[in-house]
Design a protein around this ligand. Structure first.
Ligand SMILES: [Zn+2]
Length: 886
């Protein structure tokens, strides 16, 4: 044993009871390098954080010297770092990893085996237990702890560790957001290393990964590269358990899957979760460690958390929150919520409860090593349980996979139809792409399909529920019926894909869907069509595809006009919003349009309806330094759809002369309110620079500033006002829409708030389009559309200006299409989108967020339309829809 380790970790642990007999020692590994051999220090040393490159360096050194370790490369991050998974187990397990992988694959898809065969496989198989640290970059402890855990599992010969090594294959994601790990570590060394208390916290850098900060754990459609990479790995290895290691509440919370529980997941899971969390809690209390608890924090409703890839695929999601200091400093922490603070509805986490029999202390000196001790002891307890009952874990995994298939055969809905006769195949492609990414099987109907829900053409996509991931298909496609409005949920209450993407998806209660003849669909990539060359004009039909904006940008330099009304050509109706391009640009058009899945119609002559040029705007996107995440989702969508823009900050706004540089300034949803948008991060004693230096090369990406505090202030507001007065278009989304109302840019429009009783965790609600001819609604054919409720401001528009209201919320319980909105009457008929002329320009205000995560594709077009018709909104006919009533 390493005496130096034992002495130092004891010193770094702030109280004897914060240590356990599982982690108070570490073997000397001989030729096998310990973390200290590579990093120069033991794990948990104060003021030491490890860069991602050094994490990999350690694991690679370990793998090089031990036959008990294997590293699998899984892909790259946005910034080009390697994504890896590290396997740790007995030499036998690692040598035969492919064999064990094969066993798990057989259990994961039990259609080819019977119960007796499953039993034989389970007797030979071993569960993979996957651990994931560093998903949230400010939660710094898990990536450190995992290195020591890996080393311990490789080198220790205690009966417990040997049993784990023999019976379980442990796999590790060293840091799930590698780019963010480096950026945060730079920030820590630059600013946080001298923090001694919560009061002098220097927060986080403006960015972790490239786009989305902590929403990388809410990326339900796996848009981000490391998340997509991990899912791809998951579907090859099928670990029955994925365990996310987070940091927040004291001292260690272990997730138990409390209510509201997603009812579509297998009930076995809801037995397994408290089985594990109660075992960990009782073990750790036995070791004398206070503050370990379960229940009372995170619920089991949204399937969008990263580790849910496991429970969504019939495995088990696990999660810890361990107390952490956002760095590696030892700090005095006040844990008890101040009197009256309420703990965010979750109560005081230092109070004793039935699920918290030995509560955390109210004040504590907390260190990185405490964090390591708690988390590692918890994980070793979980691995102890797994290694004691490997066959139970595997049986459950098998049974849940089997149940998913059987449930699809006996419980309606039996499947889903995505009808082929929808005008826009690109939205079908979006949905099909995500279902396939998730491993869900899709078939293309080989003939017309007759079900009790209707008749669907040949070529329609069929998702049958009698498949291993049939439950997941249902979870993603069904309407969310929130079980109890008195419950709260940690993230979104709704995600129904058909509603989010405005794609028609028909749920079928007709069991005959299971026997519909289909050919399997690997990829659904509709190819665009355009007839022969030689016509004088071509119209690109606007069927609502978000790809229209990409086409416009790919045709940069080509004169593209937009038809302002529908017209007839070649026996077809060409919808309003369609692009009209001269026949002389045929080659460019064909090359651009085909891969985008769009359809063009030849025209004998220019259409007689009114048209305007689809001018490309000089576009800026504004972000505060303090809230870059929601902006990041818009940046991501714009990058995917090839919409170029300048990302600008307070520095550029305050420089002024904005109209000379930009036609459109977009202010995405960010921050809590208008004041936050304007004043942003509170100034500290000294400026806080976010810049690249020789020492800190990971800072200063995606923008840089000598001082990120203070916000644009009133001088910035004046510049934005001037921009609009001089003819610019200011677009605000979600919470940012409070800004033009509160600061008087839109003088007559007020922005209010819902009452404290109102509660709407992202439901999908109905909105009514009042001005269907407005360019914002090109591509939309229905009078009412589903939108995700974004908790934007409640807008009030004077009666005399009501033609400025382009869309409004229906409101009331009848307007809730999926999920939960409590107090829905408060939003009845409240404006959802308002187009306000101001000076020479205008302000387009969205109370919705038309670019929410990588999810509400159906709303993206409203924003894209605003870009390519930015200077043609005034011309649009101000006709109020005759059906609209107050
Ligand atoms: Zn976290």
């Amino acid at each position: 044993m390493d005496d130096d380790f034992a002495r130092l970790v004891k010193e770094w642990t702030t109280k004897p009871e914060f240590m356990s007999p599982l982690v108070d020692h570490l073997p000397k590994g001989g030729a096998v390098p310990s973390p200290k051999d590579i990093l120069g220090h033991h794990i948990g040393e104060p003021k030491k954080l490890t860069y991602y490159g050094d994490l990999l360096k350690y694991y690679r050194a370990l793998a090089a010297k031990s036959p008990r370790v294997k590293i699998v490369e899984t892909g790259k991050t946005d910034e080009g770092r390697d994504c890896v998974v590290i396997f740790v187990g007995s030499e036998e397990s690692i040598k035969n990893l492919e064999t064990y992988k094969g066993y798990l694959a057989q259990i994961a898809d039990p259609r080819k085996i019977n119960d007796a065969q499953a039993k034989e496989i389970i007797a030979k198989a071993k569960p993979i237990y996957h651990l994931m640290g560093g998903l949230h970059s400010a939660e710094t402890g898990p990536p450190e702890m995992l290195m020591e855990l890996a080393y311990r599992l490789v080198t220790e010969d205690s009966p417990l560790i040997k049993k784990i090594r023999d019976n379980v294959i442990v796999s590790i994601t060293p840091a799930a957001d590698p780019d963010g790990r480096d950026r945060y570590t730079d920030w820590y060394y630059r600013y946080k290393i001298n923090e001694t208390s919560e009061q002098d916290s220097m927060g986080s850098p403006p960015y972790w990964g490239k786009y989305i900060y902590h929403d990388d754990n809410r990326d339900i459609n796996y848009s981000q590269m490391p998340m997509r990479t991990l899912l791809n790995w998951y579907l090859q290895y099928h670990p029955p358990i994925i365990h996310e290691l987070h940091e927040s509440v004291p001292f260690l919370y272990t997730f138990s899957g409390q209510a509201p529980q997603n009812p579509t997941l297998d009930p076995i899971l809801y037995g397994e979760l408290p089985w594990f969390s109660n075992f960990e809690m009782s073990q750790m209390i036995k070791y004398g460690m206070p503050g370990v608890w379960t229940h009372g924090f995170v619920d089991m409703w949204s399937p969008g958390y990263l580790g849910f890839m496991s429970s969504n695929h019939n495995g088990m999601l696990r999660m810890y929150e361990t107390f952490g200091n956002g760095g590696a400093n030892t700090m005095h922490r006040r844990v008890a919520a101040p009197a009256g603070a309420g703990g965010g509805g979750r109560g005081d986490q230092t109070e004793r409860e039935w699920y918290r029999p030995l509560p955390p202390y109210k004040e504590v000196d907390w260190s990185m090593r405490n964090n390591t001790n708690y988390m590692q002891t918890g994980v070793l307890s979980a691995l102890q349980l797994t290694s004691s009952f490997p066959e139970i874990i595997l049986e459950n995994f098998y049974k849940k996979s089997r149940n998913s298939i059987e449930s699809g055969k006996k419980d309606a809905p039996y499947g889903y139809v995505i009808p082929a006769n929808q005008a826009d195949p690109t939205r079908i492609a979006f949905v099909a792409g995500i279902l396939r990414l998730q491993g869900i099987e899709i078939g293309r109907a080989t003939a017309e399909v007759k079900l009790k829900e209707g008749t669907f053409p040949e070529g329609s996509l069929i998702v049958k529920r009698d498949q291993p991931y049939g439950r997941l298909a249902k979870i993603l496609l069904e309407k969310q019926n929130f079980p109890d409005p008195s419950l709260r949920t940690y993230d979104d209450a709704a995600w129904t894909m058909g509603l989010m993407t405005h794609t028609k998806i028909v749920e079928s209660a007709d069991a005959s869907i299971l026997s519909v003849g289909v050919s399997p669909v690997e990829k659904y990539e509709p190819k665009g069509t355009i007839g022969a060359s030689g016509a004088s004009f071509y119209a690109v039909l606007d069927a609502g595809s978000a790809n229209m904006v990409t086409l416009r940008y790919r045709l940069k330099g080509v004169n593209v006009r937009v038809a302002e009304a529908a017209f007839q050509a070649g026996g077809k109706t060409i919808p309003a919003g369609s692009f009209v391009v001269a026949g002389s640009d045929y080659d460019k058009l064909k090359a651009a349009l085909e891969p985008l899945g769009l359809t063009a119609q030849a025209l004998d002559a220019a259409p007689s309806v009114k048209m305007h040029d689809a001018d490309l705007p000089r576009l800026a996107m504004f972000t505060t330094w303090g809230n870059t995440q929601e902006v990041g989702w818009v940046r991501y969508a714009f990058d995917r759809y090839e919409v170029p823009f300048d990302l600008i900050y307070k520095e550029r706004i305050k420089q002024g002369n904005l109209r000379a540089a930009y036609d459109v300034i977009l202010v995405p949803h960010q921050g809590r309110n208008a004041k936050g948008l304007v004043y942003d991060i509170e100034p500290k004693k000294a400026p806080i620079a976010y810049t690249k230096t020789a020492e800190f090369k990971f800072l200063g990406d995606y923008g840089s500033s000598e001082d990120i505090t203070g916000g644009m202030g009133l001088p910035g507001v004046a510049e934005l006002q001037r921009f609009v007065d001089e003819g610019g278009l200011l677009i605000t989304l979600g919470s940012a829409t409070e800004f033009p109302a509160a600061f008087g840019l839109t003088r007559k429009i007020d922005a209010g708030r819902t009452s404290p009783a109102f509660y709407a965790p992202g439901p999908i609600v109905e909105a009514e389009i009042l001005r269907p001819t407005h360019p914002v609604f090109y591509g939309y054919t229905e009078k009412t559309v589903p939108v995700r409720y974004a908790n934007g401001p409640l807008l009030t528009v004077p009666q005399a200006d009501r033609e400025q209201i382009l869309m409004r919320f229906r409101g009331g319980d009848e307007g809730v299409m999926s999920g939960l909105m409590k107090g829905a009457a408060e939003v009845r008929n409240r404006p959802a989108v308002v187009d306000v002329p101001v000076g020479q320009g205008r302000v387009l205000m969205f109370a919705t967020n038309p670019c929410y995560r990588w999810q509400n594709l159906g709303e993206f077009r409203m924003l894209f339309n605003a870009l390519i018709n930015h200077n043609d909104m005034a011309a649009a006919k101000a006709a109020v829809s005759p059906g609209a009533r107050e």
